[in-house]
Design a protein around this ligand. Structure first.
Ligand code: IPM
Ligand code: MG
Length: 392
């Protein structure tokens, strides 16, 4: 029974195996991280995306240019606008990232990317892979680093979400074996896990964080989560000064709302899907996904983005100009520190702490009763000027 169906599914699986084995081999031969300090010129790609993306990205680029003005004039920093990463263009090409757009992205050292709209199975649009997910894979951005900080509550978390494997590796390549049986696949590789674990532990060591928590569900998803856990524990042995603990994803989501326990957490390392889910939860404590930035780090490239989506409803209701740029501005601060502009990065984070939380001269509400995205950008730049002259 079902001989043909099983054969077809097995054929499909064989192709996936081939690609994943080749991907794993490519990781093994990968070079080291880019040393930005050694570059004469750093190209920052600005890629607007869909929905409110172009509004909040342009605002963040304006703030970045303001902060980097001196080095832009010297030619050390070059801003490059990348067009064409829109849902319309992606559908026209039937590609998650059209080839010419990808080629342009590859001419940049780092990218600031606005949110992109992802077609969802059954929404009437073609089943194109998410542009985010495709970019993470195409540029091998294996680490998704997401900080969440609430100083007043003692929360200082940094999530190291594995970004190219797990449930996402072949997330658009599952198989409907019959009309009744659907199969997806989860992928864990030794090298893929080792590199995210090392990045998390190196970060903990460099920033004097004394705990790393390995989050998984190895009691049920035994093969892939089991491998993830074991490899992280192997890496942990090289960091004896750091306490390592292991948590299942379900209880972790609960402990994040346990006020007595949650401040124990510092650094998390976790597979892709769990990282996706729990970083939205974590960002919510800080004021929502609109307040959180995200760094997608690879050895050669890095991309910085908001953790939220493109908010098509805001655009449909004519409210795009009131979009909150804070997530993209936080992502911009991460971009600055990644390319070695540490002082500028700290200043931007500090200005955001003031503009978002302290004196509230302008409030973003997403509607006409709040300020516009560009008024908020002006306010951030005024605050940066005041900080540098000691007035804030
Ligand atoms: C994120 C987003 C993406 C993800 C979506 C847009 C594909 O939720 O960056 O967390 O699932 O990774
Ligand atoms: Mg998400």
């Amino acid at each position: 029974m079902y001989t043909k169906e099983i054969e077809n599914a097995a054929e499909h699986f064989k192709k996936l195996l081939q690609k994943q084995l080749e991907r794993n081999d490519a990781i093994k031969t990968q070079g080291d991280f880019t040393d930005y300090s050694a570059l004469d010129k750093i190209v920052i790609g600005i890629c607007g995306g869909d929905g409110i993306g172009p509004v909040i990205t342009a605002e963040s680029a304006r703030v970045l240019k303001f902060l980097l003005n001196r080095d832009v004039e010297k030619g050390r920093i070059v801003f490059k606008t990348i067009e064409g990463l829109t849902i319309e263009n992606r559908i026209a090409h039937m590609q998650p990232i059209p080839d010419d757009v990808l080629a342009e992205l590859k001419t940049c050292d780092v990218i600031l990317k606005g949110p992109t709209t992802t077609p969802q199975a059954g929404d009437g649009r073609p089943n194109i892979e998410s542009a985010n997910v495709a970019m993470r894979k195409a540029l091998d951005l294996f680490a998704n680093v997401r900080p969440v900080r609430i100083p007043a509550e003692g929360i200082d978390w940094t999530f190291f979400r594995e970004n190219t494997e797990g449930a996402y590796a072949v997330g658009s390549d599952g198989v409907n074996v019959t009309d009744d049986l659907a199969f997806d696949f989860v992928v864990t590789t030794t090298e893929g896990t080792e590199r995210i674990a090392r990045l998390a532990y190196n970060y903990a060591r460099a920033n004097k964080k004394d705990r790393v928590s390995i989050i998984q569900k190895a009691n049920v998803i035994k093969t892939t989560d089991g491998k993830f856990l074991n490899i992280c524990k192997e890496v942990a042995k090289d960091y004896p000064e750091i306490t390592t603990d292991e948590w299942y994803i379900d209880i972790t989501t609960a402990k994040l709302i346990d006020k007595k326990r949650r401040t124990d957490f510092k650094v998390f390392v976790l597979p892709n899907l769990y990282g996706d889910i729990i970083t939205d939860e974590a960002a919510e404590f800080q004021g929502g996904v609109g307040t959180a930035g995200s760094a997608n780090i690879g050895k050669k490239y890095a991309m910085f983005e908001a953790i939220h989506g493109s908010a098509p409803r805001m655009v449909a209701e004519g409210r795009a100009q009131y979009a909150d740029p804070c997530s993209m501005l936080r992502a911009s601060a991460m971009l600055l520190s990644h390319i070695g502009y540490i002082e500028e990065s700290k200043a931007l984070d500090k200005a955001l702490d003031i503009c978002m939380f302290e004196n509230g001269k302008y409030k973003i509400t997403g509607r006409a009763d709040g300020c516009t995205c560009s008024e908020f950008g002006d306010y951030v730049m005024e605050t940066l000027t005041a900080l540098s002259s000691g007035r804030a």
